[in-house]
Ligand binder design. Sequence first.
Ligand SMILES: [Zn+2]
Ligand SMILES: [Zn+2]
Length: 175
Amino acid sequence: MNNDFLIADLTDEEKNRISSHIYIDLFTECWNWTGALSGRGYGRIKFRRRMEMTHRVLFAWKHGPIPRGIRSDIPILDHICNNRRCCNPDHLRLVLQKENILKGNNRAAINARKTSCPKGHPLVQGSKQRYCPICRREDARKHNIKHPPTKEQRRRAVERVREWRKTHSRHVGQP
Ligand SMILES: [Zn+2]
Ligand SMILES: [Zn+2]
């Protein structure tokens, strides 16, 4: 029996409901969940009669199935940005164990280093270039203290969510 967590499509109602609880941080590109959080700080949502983690829903939808179960040979979903509230599917990856990816000299480790920032964090593909979401969050933390987001930046964030909704409905809409 295939036990993977798989979402073939989201309905318009689901897309609207999910995107209305996302606040995109323009600096880090994290999609911060503004709805309910689990005790460990992950976004939670009632989805198809079950409680699910928001980041798992969006990853399964955009990038494909997530294996279920806890065993050393079953990959788990890892937040590249270390921000548990974030549900940007591009800030997530399936890994066996975080440590195994960046340490050692096997091919996966060498490839991982090629795509990491000077501090060794994995990079993700942004809208323009690859970047390190962990270092960006650090920068943002310092930056935000002195410069809280302007009205204009907030407006653009709202617009990006709207655009995201449009783009994704095109992707998953009827052919
Ligand atoms: Zn993120
Ligand atoms: Zn970094």
